[in-house]
Design a protein around this ligand. Structure first.
Ligand SMILES: Cc1ncc(C[n+]2csc(CCOP(=O)(O)OP(=O)(O)O)c2C)c(N)n1
Ligand SMILES: [Mg+2]
Length: 367
């Protein structure tokens, strides 16, 4: 039943299939999509290793979700605004954000302070589902500005659909016909809670109850994700209101580096999804149709190696912030209580320096 509902343009074996409602975009740069997916997977692999080496506090892996993110991310035009949750490193890549900006956040040395307007990519949001309301409000804003060449896309997970915020966003977007695309990556898990604990019906069907279209796409098929998202964004720009896209995929890794999925799921499930790998099917398609040769694939692997080295070295070179900067971005202006807390913390930090001065053997004694 699930398979029949899926929009798919490329099978797991790398065979092209046509879908009259979603013709392959002539401008779709399939080799470029392959490259993006390989490179973001490398960023992900490096980030997990860096977390294991103590260089990052945490990492939320995108493994398995590369096609959903690159396909939809490449469907955005320059004016469109994207609102991510916390796993959308592939979309960040499509928006031109240096992966090191993401690593800064997971290293705990920035608040994720890239400029959302510069990249048309909003800040990561950990509060589950919250960003669907931000995106809907933003979409209603551009609607009121009369901007006809802009749309909004918001990313959230299967688990997020159980949050009240997401239902509220659906209602506002629907009744105001807001130009927003709801892109749900159904990776089957909300940490350890399986998808059947979120919904008794396929998630895309929720949309009809709110009065707008819903579509389920093979989230491991980059071509289908690209076509479906392009069409939904165009509908939004044309004044046809929101669409819910359910990208049906699988979280191949742990929820985050602090999670151990062997405690709640079977390895055999992973094996089945490994055969649907989003990168492998594009590779087979490109190779079989003669669009890419061994030299092309080798060049991308080489580029991935170079990117990996840049990420590793760049991460270790990221400067630690001054501890008192912690207080700088809490409020836009001054705040008396915060000022007092800053002073207290400054005095606390200074007490270590004082102790060291008073006891020259302090460090020695502590060893
Ligand atoms: C409002 C809120 N409740 C609970 C959490 C804890 N939490 C963090 S991730 C997560 C699961 C989210 O699952 P899903 O929406 O499927 O996204 P995925 O992590 O699978 O991409 C939960 C419950 C949170 N961050 N925010
Ligand atoms: Mg999930």
């Amino acid at each position: 039943m699930i398979e029949a509902e899926l929009i798919q343009l490329l099978t797991p074996e790398g065979e092209r299939v046509d879908n009259p409602a979603y013709p392959l975009d002539e401008s779709a740069d399939i080799k470029g999509m392959y490259r993006d997916m390989v490179l973001v997977r490398r960023v992900d692999t490096e980030a997990i290793a860096l977390q294991r080496q103590g260089e990052l506090g945490l990492w939320a892996s995108l493994l398995g979700q590369e096609a959903a993110q690159i396909g939809s991310g490449r469907a955005l035009s320059a004016n469109d605004m994207a609102f991510p949750s916390y796993r959308e490193h592939g979309v960040a890549w499509c928006r031109g954000l240096d992966p090191l900006r993401l690593l800064e956040l997971f290293r705990g040395i920035s608040n994720g302070d890239w400029d959302p307007e510069e990249h048309k990519f909003h800040l990561y949001t950990i509060v589950i589902g919250d960003q669907t309301l931000h995106a809907t409000g933003y979409a209603m804003g551009i609607q009121r500005d009369g901007a006809e060449d802009e749309a909004v896309i918001v990313y959230f997970g299967d688990g997020a659909t159980s949050q009240g915020d997401v239902s509220e966003a659906f209602i506002w977007a629907s009744v105001f016909n807001a130009p927003v695309v709801f892109f749900c990556q159904n990776n089957q898990w909300a940490i350890s809670a399986p998808q059947d604990r979120q919904s008794r019906v396929p998630l895309y069907q929720r949309a009809s109850g709110f009065g707008f279209p819903g579509v389920r796409v093979d989230g491991n098929d980059v071509l289908a994700c690209h076509s479906v998202t392009k069409r939904a964004l165009q509908a939004a720009r044309d004044g046809q209101g929101p669409t819910l896209i359910e990208a049906y995929t699988y979280r191949m890794g742990a929820h985050t580096t602090t999670d151990d999925p062997t405690r709640y799921r079977l390895d055999s499930d992973l094996e089945a999804w490994r055969l649907r790998d989003p990168i492998e099917r594009v590779r087979s398609y490109l190779a079989r149709t003669g669009q890419a040769d061994a030299a092309f694939f080798a060049a991308i692997d080489q580029e991935a190696d170079e990117l990996g080295a840049r990420i590793r070295e760049g991460c270790r070179r990221l400067p630690d912030p001054a501890p008192l900067e912690l207080f700088d971005h809490v409020y836009a202006g001054r705040n008396a209580i915060l000022d007092e807390e800053r002073e207290q913390y400054a005095a606390y930090l200074a007490s270590f320096e004082q102790a060291a001065l008073e006891q020259p053997a302090f460090e020695e004694a502590g060893r």
